[in-house]
Design a protein around this ligand. Sequence first.
Ligand SMILES: Cc1cc2nc3c(=O)[nH]c(=O)nc-3n(C[C@H](O)[C@H](O)[C@H](O)COP(=O)(O)OP(=O)(O)OC[C@H]3O[C@@H](n4cnc5c(N)ncnc54)[C@H](O)[C@@H]3O)c2cc1C
Length: 441
Amino acid sequence: MAINVPETNRKRIVIVGAGFAGLILARKLTRLEYQVVLVDKNNYHQFQPLFYQVAMAGLEPSSISFPLRKVFQRKKNIHIRITEVTSVDTKNQKVFTPLGFINYDYLVLSLGADTNFFGNEHIAKNCIPMKSVSEALFLRNSILDHYEKALTTRDFDQRQSYVDIVIVGGGPTGVEVAGALAEMRNYVLPKDYPELDHKEMDIYLVQSGDRLLPGMSEQASAKARKFLEQLGVIVKTETRVTGFDGDFAYTNTDEKIQTKKVIWAAGIKGNLIDGLPEEVIARGSRISVNEFNQIKGIENVYAIGDLASMVSEKNPYGHPQVAQVALQQGKNLAYNFKMKLKGKPLRSFKYNDKGSMATIGRHRAVVDLPRFRFQGFFAWFVWMFIHLVSLIGFKNKLIVFLNWFWNYFTYDQSLRLIIKPSHKRLSEKEVTKDEEIILKK
Ligand SMILES: Cc1cc2nc3c(=O)[nH]c(=O)nc-3n(C[C@H](O)[C@H](O)[C@H](O)COP(=O)(O)OP(=O)(O)OC[C@H]3O[C@@H](n4cnc5c(N)ncnc54)[C@H](O)[C@@H]3O)c2cc1C
């Protein structure tokens, strides 16, 4: 059955995913003569670059998430539907969800990407990813819960396994998590847990390549490593974590690190849905698009952001999967929808690379701009400013600013609450026959 969306005489654009790409596109379409249906599995937009601060108890989830309905209050041509899109029928122009299908004239897939465990089931089962606010919260709970457990554990090795952490992946996420964890260990935990020797807490950052931040300059990589080592992080390059059983992390260099927590920040793969022809799937996990973000061979279906792979001489593997690409593709597509209404030619997408940056605790960051590179205090200031202005909503900006201000002067994050779900999901064993019947209904 079709999901209830009002029928109008306007062409209908269905946008799946309200991340950086989908949200900016929908915002730019509010004044155009289209009916827009924005579908997301969550009723909020998430600002992923600050997930790690939620995980480190520096920010509340609500200050980096923004309710979609608030963004589009009084925008009559935008219809929000909260559900998960599972597949598409490009012939009959429908997308399918557990609530029913939605017809479209144009479809935009902006579903982003999820963690890639590269087919390793042990790692997928036991490692902690960080691709959503809920995963960041899970990490926060695990860290705090494990410190509590460490306090009550007599055996030295067992105690260490609760407090030592392995982070896999030396890209911006891994580097930022390692820096923030080291700061938490150095400044916050000695005050909260004086009975634990914080110097005994080891933080490992494991990177398969020969340097950290491979997407940035060699200067930035070297400086990031230096900053992390100054904070006491053990950096291991040219090393791969090959397994984690919940007690030990194993590497290809035959090391065995005792730990209960491995944070996986080592790769992403596009969120694909069923129904797309195989020939448009690029390198197993992205969708091949042309210079207008149209999916090859299906003119009225587009992919933008992390999910899209637009190959060119300059970008033989597609654009980097970063926020700026997603934002710029969303804006360009909005412009092209406007041109379509006017019957004018479409504009091809050109990426304007504004640079990249990563922060490593307080006063330390690395910034690569197209013409300049700098590191240290000024870079850290620039990093904070850019992230603050990029957040949606004045209230979020203010709350994040106040949190940072408070943490800066007090060396103290105020959000170290372990909030657990009030009831567990019933495991298969616990479900009785009668309950099974009820659950199936
Ligand atoms: C921890 C972390 C830190 C990062 N730091 C930086 C940084 O510092 N700088 C930078 O430039 N980039 C950073 N990135 C990358 C950046 O966040 C992404 O490039 C950007 O979010 C991509 O935007 P998008 O719109 O393509 O996808 P997303 O922003 O991921 O949005 C996808 C949306 O689709 C929805 N969705 C997914 N599947 C379905 C489905 N089946 N049905 C319905 N809805 C669905 C999701 O709920 C989500 O709202 C970071 C990413 C992470 C995870």
